[in-house]
Ligand binder design. Structure first.
Ligand SMILES: C[S@@+](CC[C@H](N)C(=O)[O-])C[C@H]1O[C@@H](n2cnc3c(N)ncnc32)[C@H](O)[C@@H]1O
Length: 433
């Protein structure tokens, strides 16, 4: 019952107080025994995945919503519904554990009500789910504004994009190819009973059949591999860093791509990694330390490079811009409820100011790779199209046949080849005579 009460508290913190799941969950994990932590995680992620749908179902069954100091019991109810409708926890156990949690939540007087609602839900499950299916926001469990934006951006494929956002994310590894070949590492994994599949076109990526603890991965502590989605692994390959080049990784934290660029091209002149968030920049240092790689880390604002860079212009810049993260909803279902419609225009303005500032730091003939983990066109093709229109010395380098002048960039949709949603656009700077 402690797990259910703790899950209800986490839901309250995320949905009503605006905490991210990655902040609220680790703190809550400390309050329960280690053996229950996986279950807490499953319940929190699942309840957030299906929040809109569960809210709709709760609405059909309760007379008056729980308010004020009893609000966290409302989330206990949703946690109960999630277990009944979406997990293999035997219904009698889900019910008993959830109802008993009212005791430790000072909600004894609501015990009967919660018990009654959950029993009714169990009896009417088929009809309730059918009713929830009638509306796309409760069928796919997305806020209305985001569903509309995804529909506009993804057009005909939007249903599979919405569904992919509700799927369990796979675990991808980036093999450190400066240490061993992907085939060698795959064999080392197989020898330990860890099965994997290579990505068809991203030569460093291995998809694990089943997620596992990183400590089970051979050589992980020494940097033989890292955990990174295959979509994100395309960055270093598309940037194509060359020996003796000066490279800027703008918006670098926590440093997944910084490390990959260094693994990919060990003979760089220098790699500068910049981030606005000092705490996250510390994670870049930790990641590089594990893999035994070196970069120059700078705490700075990428939209104001004159404040932290007086050196020469860069040969290549990776701009992994701050974005809505709508391509990684399957990994962070809280994004659906934490983002607001007005955030998107604000993010697009920030991205365009960083793009303009970075462009001035790129040398003629240099390459800038723009990346986001968004699936919204405002942050992606529309952003790059506007940049190309206002920047006369920018040349668009198509990455594939999908990447056209009309709709520049390569949009990877979540679930495509088991990858996260991601966007890349490659630009080079004209050399003037
Ligand atoms: C998508 S994440 C980067 C992920 C990173 N490239 C990686 O592969 O691990 C975006 C980063 O942009 C940073 N950021 C946001 N606004 C910034 C700004 N104005 N200047 C520099 N960094 C910024 C955030 O702190 C965040 O770490």
């Amino acid at each position: 019952m402690k797990v259910r009460a703790t899950a209800a508290k986490v839901m309250f913190q995320v949905v009503e107080q605006g905490y991210s799941l990655s902040a609220a969950l680790p703190a809550a994990q400390q309050l329960i025994p280690a053996k229950d932590r996986a279950l807490l995680q499953e319940i929190c992620y699942g309840t957030l995945r299906w929040l809109n749908r569960l809210e709709f179902i709760a609405e059909q069954l309760i007379e008056r919503p729980l308010k004020g100091k009893h609000r966290s019991l409302h989330y206990l109810l949703l946690v109960g519904l999630y277990q009944l409708f979406y997990t293999r926890i035997p219904p009698h156990a889900a019910l008993a554990e959830t109802v008993n949690a009212t005791k430790i939540m000072n909600g004894d007087s609501f015990r009967g009500m919660i018990n009654g609602v959950l029993r009714n839900a169990q009896r009417q499950q088929a009809e309730l789910l059918q009713a929830a299916d009638k509306n796309e926001t409760t069928r796919f469990s997305y806020p209305r504004w985001l569903l509309k934006k995804i529909k506009q951006s993804c057009q005909y494929g939007y249903v599979s994009v919405l569904q992919a956002g509700n799927a369990y994310p796979p675990m991808w590894l980036r093999v450190n190819l400066s240490r061993q070949s992907r085939e060698d590492y795959q064999q080392q994994l197989a020898a330990l009973g860890i099965n994997s599949t290579p990505h068809a076109s991203c030569a460093s990526a291995l998809l694990l059949e089943k997620a596992c603890d990183v400590n089970e991965l051979p050589g992980f502590a020494e940097g033989a591999c890292s955990v990174q989605d295959a979509a994100a692994q395309h960055a270093a390959w598309l940037l194509e860093p060359q020996a003796n080049e000066l490279i800027l990784d703008a918006c670098a934290a926590p440093g997944g791509k910084t490390a990959h660029i260094l693994e990919h091209q060990p003979a760089l002149k220098q790699l500068i990694a910049v981030d606005f968030d000092e705490t996250r920049l510390q994670r870049v240092a930790e990641n590089l330390q594990r893999i035994k790689l070196n970069a120059t880390l700078i705490h700075g604002d990428a939209s104001q490079p004159e404040q932290w860079w007086q050196g020469p212009q860069f040969d290549r810049i990776l701009l992994d811009a701050p974005c809505s993260a709508t391509g990684v909803i399957r990994r962070h279902p809280d994004i659906k409820w934490l983002r607001r419609a007005e955030d998107i225009a604000e993010l697009a303005r920030l991205q365009s100011s960083i793009l303009d500032a970075m462009w001035l730091q790129l040398k003629p003939g240099g390459t800038l790779l723009y990346a986001t983990c968004s699936i919204l066109s405002d942050e992606n093709s529309t952003q790059i199209k506007a940049f190309l229109e206002r920047t006369t010395d920018a040349i668009h380098v198509p990455l594939n046949e999908q990447d056209t002048a009309l709709q520049p960039g390569w949009q990877i949709y979540p679930g495509e080849q088991h990858m996260d949603g991601f966007f890349y656009a490659k630009l080079t700077k004209q050399v003037t005579a």
